[in-house]
Ligand binder design. Structure first.
Ligand SMILES: NC(=O)c1ccc[n+]([C@@H]2O[C@H](COP(=O)([O-])OP(=O)(O)OC[C@H]3O[C@@H](n4cnc5c(N)ncnc54)[C@H](O)[C@@H]3O)[C@@H](O)[C@H]2O)c1
Length: 364
C-alpha cells in the first residue's frame, strides 16, 4: 500500500484537501471525481511535462470514464502573461467549457498561477484542481490560492486569491525534475525549516543524498511537513493581512538579487538562499538571532548545494530593488527570526545594518 498523507487547508466552506501519494498519477481522476460532479475536465498542462508524462496522464484519463480535453502551453516566465490567458480563454470557449467543469493545472508554479487565474475569471469562476509537478509547486505555490500573471512593470502584479478544490501531489513526478529546479524547491523547504520546523533542518543536515535528490517515504514526509506548514499559515491568514508574510522569509532580498542580476544568472532558489543568510545576519545585528544560528543557516544551505555568497553586485542597486519590491511598503520591512522557528516582521531596519548584512554575502 502506498504511503498517503492528507492535509486540510481550513477555510470554512472553501476548505480543501492536499493529498500526497507516490503513484497518485495512476488514479488522480478518482480524486477529481470525488471533489467535482463534472463529467468533463480540462487539463491545462506545461508542454514539457506533457512530453515527459503525457502517456500516463492520458491512460488514467482514458480509464476514468470522464470526458477530457488536454490544453498544453509553453510554461515559461516570459509567457506568464495576458496573451497566454487569452489563448486559454479561447480554447475554453471553443470547446464550450461549462462553468461547472473543472480545470486541472498540471505543471510547476507557472501553470498553477496561470491556470488558477483563468479559473478565477472564466465565466466568473470555475473549479480548479492543482496538480503540481515541481518541488517548489508541491511545497509552496499550489497551496493557498494566490493566482496571477506578470506585467511588464513587475512579476505577479495582476492576480487574485482563488482557492483550488484540491491539491494532488505525486512526488514520483519529481524524478524527471532538473537539478536547478529541485534546488529552487529545496530553498523553500529550508525556509519552512527556519520559520516553523527546525526538525526539517535536522533532516536536511542528516540526509546524505540531498545533493542528488530525494526519494521514497522520506520525500513524501518532507513534502507533507512543508505543505502542512503552508496550509496552517494560509488557514490563519488567507489574504496576507499579516501572518502569511512569514512565508516571505529570505524573499525581499532574494527578489532584489533576482532583479539586479536579470532573472537568469542567479536562480530563484539561489537568490532566496542568500536572502535567508542576509536576513539571519540582520537579525543578529539587531540583537535577535545568536551567531550559532546564523552559522546554522550557512551549514544547511551549503549542505543542500545552494550558495551562501553572491557574485559581486552593486549594493546600491540591491537597496533600490528592495524599495521597489511590492511587499516592502513605505519603509523597509523584513521577515527576521527571533530564534529558529520564531519569525517576526520588522519594519525600519537601519540602512547600515542592511548594508552590513548584504556585504557579508558578497564574494571577495
Ligand atoms: N502562487 C504562489 O503562491 C507562488 C509561490 C511561489 C512561486 N510562484 C510562481 O511560481 C513560478 C515558479 O514555479 P516553478 O519553480 O515550479 O517553475 P516552472 O513552472 O517554471 O517550472 C520549472 C521548470 O520545470 C519544468 N518541469 C515542471 N515539472 C517537471 C517535471 N516533473 N519534470 C521535469 N521538468 C519539469 C518546467 O517545464 C519548467 O521548465 C513563478 O512564476 C512564481 O512567481 C507562485
Amino acid at each position: 500500500m502506498n504511503l498517503r498523507e492528507t492535509i486540510i487547508v481550513n477555510l470554512k466552506d472553501r476548505s480543501y484537501e492536499i493529498i500526497i501519494e507516490e503513484g497518485l498519477v495512476e488514479h488522480w481522476c478518482r480524486e477529481i471525481k470525488a471533489v467535482t460532479k463534472a463529467e468533463r475536465v480540462f487539463v491545462i498542462v506545461d508542454e514539457n511535462v506533457l512530453g515527459l508524462h503525457g502517456e500516463r496522464f492520458r491512460a488514467t484519463l482514458e480509464a476514468s470514464g470522464l470526458r477530457w480535453e488536454i490544453i498544453p502551453f509553453r510554461a515559461e516566465e516570459r509567457y506568464k502573461n495576458l496573451e497566454t490567458v487569452s489563448f486559454l480563454y479561447d480554447q475554453l470557449t471553443e470547446k464550450k467549457a461549462h462553468r461547472h467543469e473543472p480545470l486541472v493545472a498540471v505543471g510547476g508554479g507557472i501553470v498553477g498561477d496561470v491556470a488558477g487565474f483563468v479559473a478565477a475569471t472564466y465565466q466568473r469562476g470555475v473549479p480548479v484542481i492543482q496538480f503540481p509537478t515541481t518541488l517548489l509547486a508541491q511545497v509552496d505555490s499550489s497551496i493557498g490560492g494566490k493566482v496571477g500573471i506578470d506585467h511588464r512593470e513587475g512579476k505577479n502584479l495582476i492576480g487574485s486569491f482563488y482557492q483550488p478544490r484540491a491539491v494532488l501531489i505525486d512526488p514520483g513526478l519529481l524524478d524527471t525534475l532538473p537539478r536547478r529546479e529541485f534546488l529552487n524547491g529545496l530553498a523553500e523547504v529550508i525556509k519552512y525549516g527556519f520559520i516553523a520546523d527546525p526538525e526539517i533542518l535536522d533532516f536536511l543536515l542528516a540526509e546524505d543524498g540531498l545533493k542528488k535528490g530525494l526519494s521514497g517515504q522520506k520525500r513524501i514526509r518532507l513534502i507533507a511537513r512543508c505543505a502542512g506548514i503552508k496550509a496552517a499559515v494560509v488557514s490563519q491568514d488567507e489574504r496576507e493581512a499579516g501572518y502569511r508574510m512569514i512565508l516571505n522569509y529570505g524573499h525581499t532580498t532574494g527578489h532584489a538579487i533576482e532583479k539586479v542580476t536579470g532573472y537568469s544568472a542567479v536562480s530563484h532558489g539561489q537568490a532566496v538562499a542568500v536572502g535567508m543568510i542576509v536576513a539571519a545576519e540582520m537579525a543578529h545585528h539587531l540583537g535577535k538571532l545568536n551567531r550559532d544560528d546564523v552559522e546554522l543557516h550557512r551549514r544547511v544551505i551549503s549542505r543542500a548545494g545552494l550558495p551562501i555568497k553572491l557574485p559581486q553586485v552593486e549594493i546600491s542597486a540591491l537597496l533600490e530593488a528592495m524599495l521597489l519590491d511590492k511587499k516592502y511598503g513605505t519603509s523597509n520591512r523584513f521577515v527576521l527570526l527571533e530564534e529558529v522557528g520564531r519569525p517576526v516582521v520588522v519594519e525600519g531596519v537601519p540602512e547600515e545594518i542592511v548594508v552590513k548584512s548584504l556585504l557579508a554575502t558578497q564574494e571577495e
